[in-house]
Design a protein around this ligand. Structure first.
Ligand SMILES: *Cc1c(COP(=O)(O)O)cnc(C)c1O
Length: 387
């Protein structure tokens, strides 16, 4: 019998893209682009590796101990461990520390992130019971007190960079005091995970060290947000709690693989070398000099031809809740009769470029375009103008 014809297979199922959207941690483009060192580390780790061997002794060593030690060092935490992503970090924490107990969360912090993550739904899959404190727009210390019971196992607070004024009136220090009184851990889901100093673009973003010193027992962060590394989840804080997470049976199902570990270690290493490591593309983009952005936009518009001009624009940090934080930037506006068709052709081009679609033009934010690709972007726009 003849074999029915198959759908043509995509030649390159996963392709590199030039990000001209101005969204630094673009969720659809895989959040943080890796540093050169992290890319090299991934390449080096793609064969056999010392993933679970101590190279000094040849003895078994858990795969998380290397990146865990580095993360603890970078975050100034007593201990840390790593899992597959931020959602996994919370899942493991709930299983390890609040099985059959109550976890108290402010109603204003029951967030949704990128549709597939809804905090209450995630908690519902675990043996921990969600207890809501306060209201959607106000949660005070007495609300937490009222919600806590003898069965309480954990206080969980979620960092909301998008917070409306008035959200959670309870400070981390107050929550820490209450948690200590109840004898339960305070877990802070920070999400973004800046180690210490803040880029000027994000003056209000708290650091992991700050959260720990304000009294959080554990801080949960993602590897591919402001940390600028691969998808990963880091659980940092009290050694006994970190050890409970590591020992839990679920840890095996949520573990990182060797490529994630390689990229994460290289990224964390960069953070040990500088307060604000410019070799990490996320840091370089957030800290980009506006004068340089302007010069690049003017040069590229000039090279692209009469339909292109440099314009002021507003990019975004991106990465779920940080989406709300905007970044003043420079872009090239390319006027065209059918922006939708141009955008599609740009994305299908070589290299593929993702631009922002406006009513009568395409907008290419230079902040997220790697400077080494400026010439390529000019070429593809010229190709479209000529075609
Ligand atoms: C990003 C984020 C998550 C989800 O983390 P992933 O790494 O995407 O799994 C959960 N909670 C908060 C507060 C976040 O910022």
């Amino acid at each position: 019998m003849p074999i029915p014809p198959l759908e043509p297979l995509p030649a390159s199922p996963l392709a590199g893209v030039v990000n001209a959207t101005g969204v630094v941690l673009h969720p659809k483009l895989g959040r943080a682009p890796l540093s050169a060192a992290a890319r090299q580390a991934v390449l080096d780790a793609s064969g056999y590796t010392t993933l679970e061997i101590d190279p000094a002794t040849g003895r078994h060593q858990p795969r998380t101990s290397g990146p865990g030690r580095l993360a603890a060092e970078v975050f100034g935490a007593p201990a840390a461990t790593v899992v597959n992503n931020g959602a996994a970090a919370l899942l493991l924490t709930l299983h390890a520390l609040a099985t059959d107990r109550e976890v108290v969360v402010s109603r204003g912090e029951l967030v949704e992130i990128g549709r597939s993550y809804r905090l209450p739904d995630l908690i519902a899959t675990t043996p921990a019971r969600l207890v809501e404190a306060g209201t959607a727009n106000h949660t005070r210390l007495e609300d937490y007190r009222g919600a806590a019971h003898p069965g309480t196992g954990m206080l969980l607070t979620v960092h909301r960079p998008d917070r409306h004024p008035g959200g959670n009136e309870t400070s981390l220090a107050q929550l820490a005091e209450l948690a200590a009184e109840l004898g339960v851990p305070l877990v802070h889901h920070l999400g973004s995970g800046l180690p210490h100093r803040l880029p000027a673009a994000l003056p209000d973003e708290p650091s992991v060290a700050g959260s720990l010193s304000a009294g959080a027992d554990l801080v949960l962060v993602s590897g591919d947000k402001l940390l600028g590394g691969p998808q990963a989840g880091i659980i940092a804080g009290r050694s006994d709690l970190v050890a409970s997470c590591e020992r839990h049976a679920l840890a095996r199902a949520l573990r990182i693989d060797k490529l994630q570990r390689a990229a994460l270690e290289a990224t964390l290493w960069s953070w040990t070398q500088a307060e604000l490591p410019a070799d990490l593309p996320v840091v370089a983009m957030l800290d980009a000099d506006p004068v340089t952005l302007h010069q690049r936009a003017v040069w590229m518009a000039d090279q692209m031809g009469p339909d292109a001009r440099a314009v002021r624009t507003s990019g975004r940090v991106g990465g779920s809740l940080l989406s709300a934080v905007s970044l003043p930037s420079w872009a090239i506006a390319v006027s065209c009769d059918d922006p939708q068709r141009w955008a599609a052709e740009l994305l299908a081009g070589d290299p593929p470029v993702l631009a922002r679609l406006e009513a009568d033009h395409l907008r290419l934010d230079v902040r997220t375009i790697p400077p080494s690709r400026d010439v390529d972007v000019v070429e593809v726009i010229r190709g479209l103008s000529a075609g």
